[in-house]
Ligand binder design. Structure first.
Ligand SMILES: Cc1cc2nc3c(=O)[nH]c(=O)nc-3n(C[C@H](O)[C@H](O)[C@H](O)COP(=O)(O)OP(=O)(O)OC[C@H]3O[C@@H](n4cnc5c(N)ncnc54)[C@H](O)[C@@H]3O)c2cc1C
Length: 421
């Protein structure tokens, strides 16, 4: 139970309107996009770093657990509280672009899509882009070490974080600013991928790069799925910026012909890449057609959810390249055995697949997810980019992580229960 006195003191810090008790609201905050559920004692909405710091100091004084939350789009239960208060970071959404340094500073609650728009006004962009661009916050994306499109060429979001402001579990605020593209980043990098367990990220400095003057997307229809590995290898020779895959069911769900397809994005003019695309029968999308395609890709998750009970579980796997075809085949086997419907898509430049499960019931969807996860573990696959929080069976090196956690958060105030801690 969270003491009444703690709540009253927090109200003194953030104001009564920004501490929410109503069960209608706390219920929404008791889950994220995952199928996991917890209990939220109250939702607190700070407006600045100082308020975050005071909340954590009070949480220590009263031994109250705290869970930081961004857009709540995580699919591994990272923002699911275990009888805790939730700090909703979305009021902290300032975005400041330093165009001459090609750096953007954002408060942690800024939505990725807003950051994209702010940067494009200066002819700049941040390459990693998740399918959840319109709902995910910068803080949640960094805390999950997310990635999305363009992972092979640019890496995940970790590669773009050059500085950070963070409040430690005891309430101490630490600032690590950067206006440079390289930075001695040991300290801030600890928080990238820490899934809200080591500190509350309040601000992030990202390095960004110029938007290319030209870009193209090629669609390659795959007549036979057996050829996927071979064709992918050919596509990668073109050093593409992004390679997105959709199986035939997924491509028809968003209005394309029912073929498996690869969407290959090439930024800038590259004659060699064009030749490879022509050889592979790539069909060029430009202008409005290209924009429409990528918009459909962003809303894919929502379109699939209209087909039945869609459960975001067992749906993010980084697969060894050599086992790609076999992995897809195994998913269809599990689909047949569990009588569910699975839409497979993903970021194939990093062999990161998202089998989206649609089923007639929640229980059946969960059983399908469990079987896919077991199969993935057997094949040496792991979680790709959606976080490990309540799915730590895929984690490696947990012993080291536990020691770091113990150093920074001896009382386990921040996001307890994640990674089994
Ligand atoms: C339709 C759909 C598509 C998706 N596509 C992708 C994709 O392509 N690539 C990808 O990487 N992910 C994807 N995801 C997963 C998810 O959107 C990302 O992990 C996203 O980065 C989470 O951001 P969020 O703001 O919603 O975080 P939340 O879900 O709110 O939180 C995620 C984790 O971060 C912690 N956290 C949040 N804010 C802070 C903070 N300020 N300080 C410290 N910790 C914090 C939370 O405690 C939690 O552990 C997708 C999800 C959906 C539903």
């Amino acid at each position: 139970m969270v003491p009444e006195k703690f709540i009253r003191k927090v109200m003194d810090v953030v104001g009564t309107d920004d501490v929410i008790h109503s069960s209608r609201v706390t219920e929404v905050y008791s889950t994220d996009a995952s199928p996991f559920y917890g209990r939220t004692a109250a939702v607190i909405r700070p407006e600045n770093e100082n308020e975050v710091s005071e909340i954590l100091k009070l949480a220590n004084e009263f031994s109250v657990s705290v869970v930081p939350r961004g857009g709540g789009s995580g699919t591994s239960g990272g923002a699911v509280p275990k009888d805790a208060v939730v700090i909703d970071m979305k009021k902290m959404d300032r975005i400041e672009v330093f165009p001459d340094d090609m750096i953007v500073f954002v408060e942690a609650g800024a939505i990725l899509h807003d950051i994209k728009n702010a940067l494009s006004r200066y002819g700049l962009f941040l390459p990693p882009e998740p399918g959840s661009l319109k709902i995910a916050t910068a803080g949640g994306f960094v805390a999950n070490n997310g990635s999305g499109k363009r992972g092979l060429k640019y890496g995940g979001i970790r590669n773009f974080v050059v500085g950070m402001n963070v409040v430690l579990p005891d309430g101490k605020a630490v600032r690590m600013p950067s206006r440079t593209h390289r930075s001695p980043g040991i300290a801030h990098q600890i928080f990238t991928g820490s899934e809200g367990t080591l500190g509350v990220i309040t601000g992030i400095y990202f390095r960004v790069i110029p938007l290319p003057e030209e870009k193209r997307t090629y669609l390659i229809h795959l007549k036979k799925r057996d050829n996927l590995n071979r064709i992918l290898r050919e596509v990668l020779k073109a050093t593409p910026d992004a390679v997105e895959y959709m199986d035939s069911r997924t491509s028809s769900a968003i209005g394309f012909e029912p073929f498996d397809l690869l969407a290959v994005e090439i930024l800038g003019k590259d004659r060699c890449a064009e030749k490879i695309m022509e050889r592979l029968g790539g069909h060029v999308l430009e202008g409005r057609d290209e924009e429409d395609f990528w918009e459909s890709r962003e809303t894919l998750g929502a379109e699939i959810a209209k087909k039945g009970t869609r459960v975001y579980a067992g749906e993010d796997f980084a697969v060894p390249f050599s086992r790609l075809n076999e992995f897809i085949g195994q998913i269809y086997r599990i689909e047949r055995e569990t009588d569910s419907e699975i839409f497979i898509y993903g970021h194939l430049d990093t062999c990161n697949l998202h089998p989206a499960i649609v089923s007639k019931s929640f229980e059946n969807a969960m059983e399908t997810a469990r079987r896919i996860s077991r199969m993935a573990l057997d094949m040496g696959a792991t979680i790709g980019e959606h976080g490990l929080a309540l799915r730590w069976e895929f984690a490696r090196g947990l012993e080291i992580f536990r020691r770091v956690k113990y150093c920074l958060d001896r009382r386990n105030i921040l996001n307890p229960g994640k990674f089994g801690i």
